[in-house]
Design a binder for this molecule. Sequence first.
Ligand SMILES: C[S@@+](CC[C@H](N)C(=O)[O-])C[C@H]1O[C@@H](n2cnc3c(N)ncnc32)[C@H](O)[C@@H]1O
Length: 242
Amino acid sequence: MNRHAFLAGLHDVVRPRTYLETGVQIGQSLQLSRVPSIGIDPEFSITREIQADVQLARTSSDEFFARKDPLAHLPIPVVDLSFIDGMHLAEYALRDFLAVERFTTPASVVLFDDTLPLNVPMANRKRATTAWTGDVYKAAAALRELRPDLVVLDIDTTVTGTTLVLCPDASRDGVLDGYDDWLESAVTPDPQPVPQQILNRTNVVDPERVLASAGWSRLVQLRGSGSADAASIRAAFSDVLG
Ligand SMILES: C[S@@+](CC[C@H](N)C(=O)[O-])C[C@H]1O[C@@H](n2cnc3c(N)ncnc32)[C@H](O)[C@@H]1O
């Protein structure tokens, strides 16, 4: 299953009230949304038919989230489903997550694109290949290490993988303890030290299995009743998390 099919599946199962993506490009991912949406990209050039009420922000995600009321376009100040696919450098992707997280509930769902590079050149910070993941894989690793409260699942989507994050915590207010030390160790000259388990996809989850989880209907129910918390969301996905 490719990333767009997986994202389409997430739209089906999450039934989001709102959607936000960083990195719009020609609108291939944005065209999947049918709900009030925000798309952020300094250089989008949309060729796809968009069927959602969308604010297209022609700017960087950093500038967008620095605005006073960035989600003013949405009917509620909450992002239920988010796709992070902007600048393919770890610190940008991580900042996008932390910025979006400020506007989540525990039932919100965030998907990173391009977290499973197929080879080391593809993961270069300085783009050298047609298909480019950059070192976004490090953002997922940082969340796994520094935020054990999150559920962070690498998904075996083609071509270059995705990472699903559950149980976001808006009360963190965009702050990641340990960020400065992480940044210092993460920003290194090419080639990047892509772990073998990433290249081999050793710890990935099958996308069909994730979408088939009984957890999604429970997540929607918990979100509707306003009673979602990290423990209840984790419990809902026990069929995937074990
Ligand atoms: C891989 S493309 C996005 C593809 C799209 N999400 C899809 O699946 O069809 C990455 C996009 O990120 C945009 N981008 C680069 N830097 C960005 C930034 N700082 N903030 C937001 N978008 C950025 C680029 O202009 C490019 O269009």
